[in-house]
Design a protein around this ligand. Sequence first.
Ligand code: WTA
Length: 661
Amino acid sequence: MSNSTSGTSTPSSAIESLSEETRRFAPPKEFADNAVARPGIYEEAERDYTEFWASWARKLEWMKPFTSVLEWKEPFATWFADGELNVSVNCLDRHVRAGKGDKVAYYFEGERGDRRAITYRELLDDVCRFANGLRSLGIKKGDRVAIYMPMIPELPVALLACARIGAPHSVIFGGFSPDSIVDRVNDSQCVAIITADHGWRRGHKIPLKANVDEALKETPSIQHCIVAKRVDGNVNMQDGRDVWWDDLVANQPTSCEPERMNAEDLLFLLYTSGTTAKPKGIKHTTGGYLTHVTATHQLVFDLKPDQDVFWCAADIGWVTGHSYIVYAPLANGATSVLYEGTPDFPDKNRLWDIVERYRVTILYLAPTAIRTFMKWGPQYPQMHDLSSLRLLGTVGEPINPEAWIWYRDHIGGGKTPVVDTWWQTETGGIMISPLPGITTLLPGSATHPIPGIQADIVNDAGEPVPLGGGGYIVIRRPWPGMLRGIWGDDERYVKTYWSKFPGLYLAGDGCRRDADGNYWFMGRIDDVMNVSGHRISTTEVESALVADPKVAEAAVCGKSDDITGQAIYAFVTLRGQENNGSPEMAEELREFVAEKLGKFTRPKYITFTTELPKTRSGKIMRRLLRDIAEGRTLGDTTTLADSAVVHELQIRAHSEAAKEE
Ligand code: WTA
């Protein structure tokens, strides 16, 4: 099986690799008859798109209703700017007040089999006590708080407590290394960091607090470190700086005055990789973000909060978890699953066991996970009763039609709609996706922009490409969940997203539309790789490699991978005599990168070379390296300074690929 639709490539080369998909799945009648989204919703939204979003915003609870909807001073938008609300009140208090205090907010499933059903009332109490605890440390509205935690109930509590007191959070995925924590904390000058002693992963302890200790040597802005006890509590605690979560909340009351937040106050920062080594702190604000995620959660997932059990099996460390594990499900009063661990612990039945146990009705996964399940075989899901599932979703990367069909057949019993949802950290919520009661599905296509969103495909000159053609995906007008900028760097915000085509938001993905207007995503068009749905910048991995004193030069690109979508391929030149590199040296470098950035950034392939292919002016020819990594015939090599290099590299890359597979 090959996943030919993904990979870093130019839009035009991506188009060539698109297979023609002819299978179609209309919505099942019963599903359509009962769907949240009614026919006509697209037209309604188009008649007045700002009013469409305002109607969703009005479903939230406002402390002060908004009168202004959108102000657009390109590329800076405000939504509902004179309104005031608190996100945690919307997620918790209003449901408890409405008599839903005993409803389960989360079924928490620990990796080792510990389980807890957490009701809305319990969650509200926990959030209030923790929010009071944060305030007792002097943390106040506007202060940034870093969060580096495993997927345990304290994690959503931490996010919501920050929202309650108006302190923007900056969640750092628990797989990141101390260096990555340092960069992110220092960029936004966080005053506190919330972590846990350790995390569990496949039965092993992950040293979260030790990583934080390492990082805090270089983060002068941090005054407090709050530590939840997940494992054994066996960690160093520094007097005056570190405090146990349990001690902090011990004497705190279960009520806590929520901060009145302006709709445009910062709710959170989330760092994401771009084309330079420095990650971008993406800014999301309060009212528009909550409007966008609650609307899409209802429309795209056809959510019926009183019947459904929703499971987004992502990590809260990424935007998918922020939007569809924490904020949208809670604000919509839904019941969700929160799972701490991996799909194969203690064995490959784990996810299906969870679906069966909690009667999950809606499941949201990454294509990389689906491809892994395909490799394991259908015998695992077959051993379980998955009949509660009525809708499946995917996100994070292009899904190949084979995986889409397998998902529908083996997980969805050959009946459930599958919604392929395209969006980004920057967009806040889903942008392009079917509505399962309305849209005819095509395996591998995210189909159409959702109501209220106007997307387009343009060519290099910024002109719309007629149906049937491919190019850059752009968004034509503001939307409520859009990023409000990059922390501390308006210039980079403008340059990255709004300068290639004035007036159009550039997402950085290649995409094609078929004759019927369905969107087919092709992967990134810039120097960003997508490995198992994780965005990793080639430059970031290159800088990690050259930080090793033995490395003279490195160039990194993505290589298509059957399971992870893309895998990281590094071409490395060593200093001095060692320039041939040994397998041991390659292993050492992999470890080095893993330590610098996090295990998920470890290069799968490393090819040593005495020289990288360069133009006469000395620029590394990345396009050629990508072709070499993919084993493609090479394009134009006439601008190369030394063409012998390339031939030698092709031979080496070929044997590297053969060795790994
Ligand atoms: C990719 C994750 C194809 C895309 C929510 C995007 C997708 C990047 C899809 C954002 C999809 C996400 N089909 N590609 N359905 N969903 N992507 O910021 O390249 O972690 O730009 O947000 O993932 O990744 P991020």
